[in-house]
Design a protein around this ligand. Structure first.
Ligand code: C2E
Ligand code: CA
Ligand code: CA
Ligand code: CA
Length: 274
């Protein structure tokens, strides 16, 4: 039995080692991908829930790996965060998204996800200002999406948020409802927008509390001059319920998934109206 235990332990160790190796090689490949063009930003339209007009598009990273095909950001963003590569990657997305949005109609904003790790760098606001200057995009057309994990950290992050706000960019609270004690975070910073997480939207027609929670969030947002965007809207029924509950915007496969930049440009020319 003793021998078995040791063997199991060794096996476990070897497994860990392999996983660490796989991560390490993915990290190196990701570093390479930033410069060799296998990373792309796609854009998912966000529409006004009432009239269906596109108000903004969210930049979402796509990695076309030469052997492994498309790798989801849910897989490679955590690796980039652990290795610190997210700072370079984040700046790359910011530059690409601002440059792209500068070619869109004036009333369409671009939303960019910012990792909590990027808030640890002292230069986030400077980097954002640099992306705006290089692209010529007005600050008011850039929206940064952050998760409440940023606010859990410390007051330095809160300072950074105020610096960003001073630049004139908009700040959205992403994945709302998925973390801890979310409501108290709404008091810590005057967000422009709350994005209601897909998990609530998915269950909104069900017997659970989701629709009451969405209703409460919409009420709080309205009382504090914040917009609400529902994520992951896939059905007409979900859209109708969200509309009745007073949600302002929606994003999801019902309207469009994230699509390549060229396709977004075409869509905006034909669809955005105004
Ligand atoms: P997120 O910011 O919550 O982005 C929304 C995710 O939901 C995207 O997944 C999007 O493709 C997906 N989605 C949109 N509509 C629907 C729908 O109707 N149904 C379903 N089932 N899914 C929908 P994606 O593109 O795989 O991105 C996953 C996550 O990776 C993002 O979640 C975000 O946290 C992170 N991410 C993506 N790009 C970046 C980036 O440039 N920087 C950072 N820091 N994170 C990023
Ligand atoms: Ca997001
Ligand atoms: Ca989200
Ligand atoms: Ca999410």
């Amino acid at each position: 039995a003793k021998g078995d235990g040791r063997r199991t332990y060794r096996f476990f160790e070897a497994g860990m080692d392999q996983r660490a190796k796989a991560r390490r090689s993915l990290e190196l490949e990701l570093r390479q991908a930033i410069s060799d063009g296998s990373l792309e930003t796609h854009y998912q339209p966000v529409v006004n829930i009432e009239d269906g007009k596109i108000s903004s598009c969210e930049a979402l990273l796509r990695w076309r790996h030469p052997e492994r095909g498309m790798i989801s950001p849910a897989e490679f963003i955590p690796i980039a965060e652990e290795s610190g590569l997210i700072n370079e990657l984040g700046q790359w997305v910011l530059n690409a998204a601002c440059a792209e949005a500068a070619t869109w109609p004036d009333h369409v904003r671009v939303a960019v996800n910012v990792s909590p790790v990027q808030f640890r760098s002292q230069s986030l606001a400077l980097n954002v200002a640099a992306a705006l200057a290089a692209s010529g995009l007005p600050a008011s057309r850039l929206e940064l999406e952050i998760t409440e994990a940023v606010l859990i950290r410390d007051d330095a992050a809160l300072d950074a948020l105020h610096q960003l706000r001073k630049l004139g960019v908009r700040i959205a609270l992403d994945d709302f409802g998925t973390g801890y004690s979310s409501l108290s975070y709404l008091q810590r910073f005057p967000f422009d927008k709350i994005k209601i997480d897909r998990s609530f939207v998915r269950d909104i027609a069900g017997p659970g509390a989701s629709s009451s929670i969405v209703q409460a969030v919409v009420n709080i947002a309205a009382a504090s001059d914040m917009m609400t965007t529902a994520e992951g809207v896939e059905t007409e029924q979900q859209r109708n319920l969200l509309y009745i509950l007073g949600c302002n915007e929606m994003q999801g496969y019902l309207f469009s998934p994230a699509i390549p930049a060229v396709e977004v440009r075409r869509l905006l020319l034909t669809h955005s109206g105004r």
